[in-house]
Design a protein around this ligand. Structure first.
Ligand code: 5RP
Length: 218
């Protein structure tokens, strides 16, 4: 099985968690895309979806799935999304696709966050994948200096704007020993909209796809 096949298998496994009449929170990225495609097969069973990005909303609509506004649809019973890195404590790094802010909002507004990853994403410590941080454009240099003081090496994601009109700094060389603490610390830098650590609101369930099948971690 290659990585894409593992992503597809794990996304399809998440479908078993969806109950009739639910409005489903939907993440962003290639694994989430497999989930959206699978969701299309049971679209008659659900009452719609809330998307964590414009790209996911477009894909959902393309399948004829109604996309609802979180303000009227929330709180949601479930949120299904991938991750860039994940630990056995279900702490995550997200934002490789730049959708971290809306992802964090939908995750926060959902009862159960089901994270779907292939086995290559599971790590002992977060930090090998550069940590994405969404930043208000005028604060870019200020935030970059603050991140350097924390020992990171921030790099502007060139030519990229988030769905919220902001920029992303990808922070390299952080060995993240205490993700809960660092998540709070980063949120307190003026100009930071959201950081890609999902540790305070971690996943509730993680489905990990490998060649031998799908394993559940809680
Ligand atoms: C997007 C994300 C994605 O969940 C993360 O980047 C994983 O993507 P993929 O499923 O394509 O590997 O956080 O902002």
């Amino acid at each position: 099985m290659n990585q894409d096949e593992m992503k597809k298998a794990v996304a399809e496994a998440a479908l078993e968690r969806i109950e009739s009449g639910w409005i489903v929170g939907v993440g962003t990225g290639s694994t989430a895309n497999y989930f959206i495609d699978a969701l299309a097969g049971i679209k008659g069973k659900i009452d719609g979806a809330v998307a964590s990005s414009e790209a996911s909303a477009e894909r959902l609509r393309g399948h004829g799935i109604e996309v609802l506004d979180l303000n009227s649809a929330g709180p949601l019973p479930i949120y299904v999304d991938g991750a860039d890195e994940a630990t056995r404590h279900l702490h995550l790094t997200k934002g490789g696709g730049g959708a971290l802010t809306r992802e964090k909002i939908v995750a926060a507004a959902s009862k159960t966050f089901v994270c779907v990853v292939d086995e290559t994403k599971v790590v002992d410590y977060l930090g090998a994948f550069p940590l994405p941080i969404e930043v208000i454009p005028m604060a870019r240099s200020h935030v970059a200096r603050a991140l350097s003081k924390l020992g990171g090496n921030p790099e502007l994601r060139e030519g990229f704007k988030t769905d919220n009109g902001n920029v992303i700094l990808d922070v390299h060389n952080l060995r993240i020993m205490n993700p809960v603490e660092l998540e709070s610390e980063l949120d307190h830098i003026a100009g930071v909209v959201t950081n890609g650590l999902f540790a305070r609101r971690s996943a509730d369930v993680m489905l990990v796809g490998s060649a031998s099948g799908v394993e559940e971690m809680t």
